[in-house]
Ligand binder design. Structure first.
Ligand SMILES: [Fe+2]
Ligand SMILES: [Fe+2]
Length: 358
C-alpha cells in the first residue's frame, strides 16, 4: 500500500536547506506552489479609464514640445496603474494616443509587434503600409501588421489623433521584438491609393485569381462608413450577443479569421437603454468609445465613459456594458488578445451566475 509521506525536519533545518539551494540556482517549488498553480487567474492589471477630455490637451502639448524628428513616434502610452510601470495597458496589450500635426510625417519603419490604428480626430491624412497609401478618417481602422513598413503623414490643416493598439507586451515577453528604420523618411507608394481596400474591401467578394496564406488580414483599411452601415443595418434585426449587444468582428476577408494572429478587433452597438449581461473571459480587452455615453461595470467598479474615452478590462474579470442614453445608440471599438489564447487552447469564457454583478 503506497501513501503520501511526511517529514520531521524542523523549520530551521528546512530554511538552511533552502538557503543552500540558492547556490545551485534552484528553489523548492512546494513553497510557492499556490502562487503558481492558482485556482483561477487574477490579473495584476486593474480596470481603468482614460478620459479624452484630459488626454487630448496633453497630446496637443506633446505636439508643441516634441517634433517627429525628435520622437520616432509621438505617442502617449496608456500604462495600467496595476502593472508597476510596465509598458502595458493590460497584461498582453498596449494602447497609446498618437498625434501627427499638419505638415508632419512620422518616418517609415517596421517592427515585429503588430499595430492597429483607430482614427479619433482628423480631416484626412494617411498611413502608407508596404507601399499602399491608406486614408485615415475618424472611425477608420487601419492595420500595420508584423514587419510591414509604415509611415504616417498629415497633409491636412488639422491635427490627426488616433488610438494605437499593439501586442508589444506579448512580443516583448516572447523576446521577439525586431525593429528596423526604412532607409528614407518616407517609403515609395507602389500601389493604387487604398489598394488593399480595392482588393479585399468588398468582404464577401475577394480576388479569385489569388490565394492568401498570410497570418494577418490582407485588408489594411476598414472604413467607418462601412462599419456604421453594417451596425445600423443589423441592429434593428437581431438581439445580438447577451454580453455585447450587436457586436461585429473586423475579419480577415480571405479566411474569416481575426485581423491579426495576436489581436482581434470588434465594434459593438448598444441600443438606447440597452444593458448587457455580465461575463468574463481569459482574454483582456481595450475599449474606445466611438460615440455615445454609458458605463461599463468591471469587477464591480463603474467606469463611466464619454465619447472618445478609452478603458480596459483585464482578463478573467466580470464586465457588463450599459448605454445610459434613452434615445441615442452607443458604439464601442475594442481589441483583444483572444486569438492568442484561442490558438493555445487557453480561451475560457464564463457567464456571471446571477446575470449581473452586484
Ligand atoms: Fe510603428
Ligand atoms: Fe467580454
Amino acid at each position: 500500500m503506497l501513501s503520501r509521506s511526511s517529514s520531521e525536519a524542523t523549520e530551521a533545518v528546512l530554511q538552511t536547506f533552502y538557503d543552500k539551494l540558492e547556490d545551485f540556482s534552484v528553489a523548492p517549488l512546494w513553497t510557492v506552489q499556490e502562487d503558481v498553480l492558482v485556482n483561477e487567474p487574477k490579473s495584476k492589471a486593474v480596470p481603468h479609464l482614460w478620459r479624452w477630455s484630459e488626454l487630448r490637451p496633453q497630446a496637443m502639448r506633446a505636439a508643441e514640445l516634441v517634433g517627429t524628428a525628435d520622437a520616432e513616434r509621438r505617442v502617449l502610452m496608456m500604462l495600467n496603474p496595476g502593472l508597476d510601470g510596465r509598458i502595458a495597458t493590460t497584461n498582453s496589450l498596449f494602447s497609446g494616443l498618437q498625434i501627427v500635426m499638419p505638415g508632419e510625417t512620422a518616418r517609415a519603419h517596421r517592427h515585429t509587434p503588430a499595430a492597429l490604428r483607430f482614427m479619433i480626430d482628423s480631416k484626412g491624412g494617411y498611413t502608407t503600409v508596404d507601399g499602399d497609401k491608406v486614408p485615415m478618417l475618424p472611425g477608420d481602422l487601419i492595420l500595420t501588421p508584423n514587419w510591414n513598413w509604415h509611415d504616417h503623414g498629415n497633409d491636412t490643416d488639422s491635427p490627426m489623433i488616433w488610438l494605437d493598439g499593439l501586442d508589444i507586451p506579448l512580443v516583448r515577453m516572447l523576446e521577439s521584438v525586431f525593429f528596423e528604420p526604412y532607409p528614407e523618411d518616407v517609403q515609395p507608394i507602389t500601389q493604387a491609393t487604398d489598394f488593399s481596400f480595392l482588393k479585399y474591401g468588398a468582404g464577401s467578394l475577394t480576388p479569385a485569381w489569388q490565394t492568401s496564406d498570410s497570418t494577418h488580414s490582407p485588408l489594411m483599411h476598414y472604413p467607418w462608413d462601412k462599419t456604421w452601415e453594417a451596425l445600423q443595418g443589423l441592429a434593428p434585426a437581431t438581439e445580438g450577443s447577451p454580453f455585447d449587444g450587436v457586436v461585429l468582428e473586423y475579419i480577415n476577408p480571405t479566411n474569416g479569421g481575426p485581423a491579426f494572429p495576436t489581436m482581434g478587433c470588434h465594434v459593438q452597438l448598444l441600443r438606447p437603454g440597452e444593458s448587457t449581461k455580465a461575463h468574463r473571459h481569459t482574454s483582456s480587452t481595450i475599449y474606445h468609445s466611438v460615440e455615445g455615453s454609458g458605463h461599463t461595470i468591471v469587477d464591480g467598479q463603474k467606469l463611466s465613459w464619454e465619447p472618445k474615452d478609452v478603458f480596459c478590462v483585464p482578463g478573467w474579470t466580470y464586465h457588463e456594458h450599459i448605454n445610459a442614453s434613452a434615445t441615442e445608440p452607443a458604439v464601442l471599438f475594442s481589441f483583444t488578445d483572444a486569438p492568442v489564447l484561442q490558438s493555445l487552447s487557453l480561451l475560457r469564457e464564463q457567464a456571471h451566475p446571477d446575470g449581473h454583478q452586484s
